[in-house]
Design a protein. Structure first.
Length: 398
């Protein structure tokens, strides 16, 4: 359970032409330094040598003294050093088998961002001024910062739709553990309904991507007609496509934030299924719908908010037959194709809604592991074999 929560507060801002040019140069330099350091570490590894952050920092100093890379001196040094720290973190995650080997950042595909620590910005009276800039950023303060908050880091980014954002990392004293409740809920994710709860409630799937699919297809056709390269018309059409994608993502994220906040506030224990979304989207028939439902993002939000507010998240093993198991008598059905939405138990004659029955079984399995523990793999040959594993909510700074 997190006691002191640092959380980012993200705002949109509108830079002047000079600020936009300075930030664009900084983004390019950050990407260049990251790629140079990654290449140096990769080459050293091939020679069976190791290069750490301190050594890449020394390399950065040497690069700045060369004529070819002298332009690195024109931007603030802090974002460049932060890029090296991010690379160090990426290698640490790779060594711990939490991530793949770091990849090079492409100009058109990687996120355009730069991180400034407290030595490279000034925040006074609600005005934020970055290093190498004379004027403060024109920020739209859509919500207030916590009273007396002082940002520790500032991240400036530009998305593919051309929108500029600034994210201020601050300690939020308002995030405190909620009063304990005795309620628990099982949550089954789906496509017909985004969520089905063990209480019987069903949350409709907004299908944001489907609602904008026609507009998106039209914009993509216009983009495909443009000749290759980086012409002005192609850039305009590419940005139109990006704006539609951004609209879809924003609306999806807004719905998920509201849902996860509501679930965490109302329930002490939340039981979900440990789905492997990365493997599930390999199904070409369902990949688009699964991606639109954003199950992985839902779980991520649920976990860090549970950590903030003193709640418990339990993940039931993905092989647990929650849909085929009768929540009334414990009998296990032989087969359950995806097109079967209601079924009747052969043993007790109870008719089940597929998703509602799964949510009830998830709740029962989650409570079992919460109270007395359970194995992490299901006993698939026994009719009443139930299994779950307790989800250790990670300590994270979102």
């Amino acid at each position: 359970m997190a006691t002191h929560v640092k959380r980012p507060f993200k705002y949109r801002f509108y830079p002047t032409d000079a600020q936009a040019a300075e930030l664009s140069r900084t983004f390019g330099c950050v990407r260049k330094v990251y790629n140079l350091a990654l290449a140096a570490r990769t080459e050293a590894w091939a020679r069976q040598e190791r290069v750490n952050y301190n050594q890449t920092s020394a390399l950065l100093t040497a690069w700045k003294k060369t004529g070819e890379l002298a332009y690195l001196n024109e931007v603030s040094s802090v974002p460049l050093q932060q890029a090296l720290r991010h690379l160090q973190t990426a290698f640490a995650n790779y060594s711990s088998k939490r991530a793949r080997y770091p990849r090079f950042k492409a100009k058109k595909k990687s996120r355009a961002s730069a991180e400034y620590t407290s030595s490279a910005f000034r925040f006074r009276d609600g005005r934020l001024t970055l290093a190498k800039m004379a004027d403060p950023l024109d920020i739209v303060w859509s919500r207030p910062l916590p009273e007396g908050a002082s940002p520790t880091t500032v991240t400036v980014s530009r998305d593919s739709a051309g929108r500029w954002f600034v994210s201020l990392l601050c300690e939020d004293p308002s995030v405190k553990p909620l009063a304990a409740t005795g309620t628990a809920v099982g949550i089954d994710v789906g496509l017909d309904h985004l969520l089905t709860l063990s209480t019987g409630d069903k949350i409709a799937n907004p299908r944001h991507e489907r609602r904008d699919r026609e507009r998106l297809a039209r914009a993509q056709r216009e983009l495909s007609r443009k000749a290759g390269g980086d012409g002005a018309n192609r850039r305009k059409d590419r940005q139109k496509v990006a704006k539609i994608h951004a609209r879809i993502a924003d609306r999806r994220r807004d719905v998920l934030h509201k849902l996860t906040t509501r679930l965490v506030r109302e329930n002490q224990t939340l039981v979900i299924e440990d789905l492997s979304v990365r493997n599930m989207v390999k199904n070409r028939s369902l990949a688009r719908a699964i991606s639109d439902a954003a199950w992985a993002e839902f779980r991520s939000m649920l976990e860090y908010k549970a950590d903030w507010y003193g709640r418990e998240v339990i993940a039931v093993d993905r092989f647990f037959p929650s849909s085929k198991l009768c929540s009334h008598c414990g009998s296990l059905a032989q087969a359950m194709p995806l097109n079967v939405r209601t079924w009747t138990c052969d043993s007790c004659g109870t008719t089940h809604d597929r998703d509602g029955n799964a949510a009830k079984n998830l709740l029962a399995a989650g409570l079992a592991v919460s109270v007395c523990g359970a194995g992490v793999r299901p006993q698939r040959r026994t009719p009443d074999g139930r299994s779950a594993m307790k989800q250790k909510t990670p300590r994270r700074e979102p």
